[in-house]
Design a protein around this ligand. Sequence first.
Ligand code: PMP
Length: 394
Amino acid sequence: PLPSCECNSCYYGADCSQFSPDCPADADSGDPIFLEPFWMKHAESSAVMVAGWHRMAYKFGYEHGTFISKELERLLRELHATVGNANTTGKFMVFGAGSTQLLNAAIYALSPQDPPSPTRILGSIPFYPLYKSQTDLFNSKNFEWEGDTSMWKNTSLPSEYNSSVNFIEFVTSPDNPDAELKEPVLLKGPSVKTIFDHAYYWPHYTAIPAPANEDLMIFTLSKLTGHASSRFGWALIKDQEVYERFLNYMTLNSFGVSRDSQLRTLKLLKVVLGTGKELFEFGHRTTRTRWESLNKVLSASKRLSLQKLIPRYCKYFQNVTVPSPAYAWVKCEKEEDENCYEALLRDGGIIGRHGSNFHAENRYVRLSLIKSQDDFDWLLKRMTALVSQEQVRE
Ligand code: PMP
């Protein structure tokens, strides 16, 4: 007899090939699988084969103490120059196991050691939750989570604290979840440092109005090429002392980034650079089309709305581009729907991420627009059904 097949909840039948119409549309995770067709097209040129004897040592072929491939660093600088999304001139580069590792390395590198009181870390609601959870996890005497920036708007720091208190603000631009191009909220000053998380500052997700040129910027392969599994990110750092503290963190924390991962990244970037604008054109077309389709469906709803994004001039495409965000930040408009997911989306078979995950109200839910085409088509179908039910009830 054939071995019994354990189908996941969306499929049934002896060989799990039948799709169940009861399957929920899962728009929860931020996995950027929408780029998979590009990599299928370039399967051969992007493949990596590594012989068992190759690069076995801790430091083989890498500059002493930095753990980074100089050739990969060169390609990343070339890519930023080609896309025009970051100015790398005069900046040091550090690699991390995804940008996740670099976010905490950045806090470490920017926080004074043994301060009279811990450096206060802030983000602007809605913010990427890892900033807080990682800061809490390290439970350091040098830094601690402070909260939302809103109470510090237009305040000269330190106003109510004495000058020995330092602040670090996370600025996510474009933001996860709402895709806004964000600016710092805290006023500049000697006690204020900023970490710019530019995970989504690529032409697939936003217009690129100008190259970012901040003192500390963090990028990730996960959202550039879609290879979240490779766990590769990089930081651009202006200040040498901060750079050296980053290196110290990387040495003590993980002895640098996996050399296998650097090799794969190198191979992928060669394809990105060697195929002109193809990745970004494909990426932008996909996210833009998805955003437009979802907007069209939700424009007929009185209960659900989407964040408002405006077309902007994109230097990379040399054109005004319509919005193409990675996520829809859906809002339940009616007062009684204060838990948007439970009031509406759950019964409509749509799985999203609650607003409270981003320290915002649960009136909001984040839906991913960067999963596979099948995932998106199913989400659109479920959303269309939900909105038409609303009209039947009226
Ligand atoms: N920053 C932001 C804003 C993100 O959305 C993510 C991933 N979803 C990350 C950082 C971390 O990405 P990774 O560790 O895969 O580089």
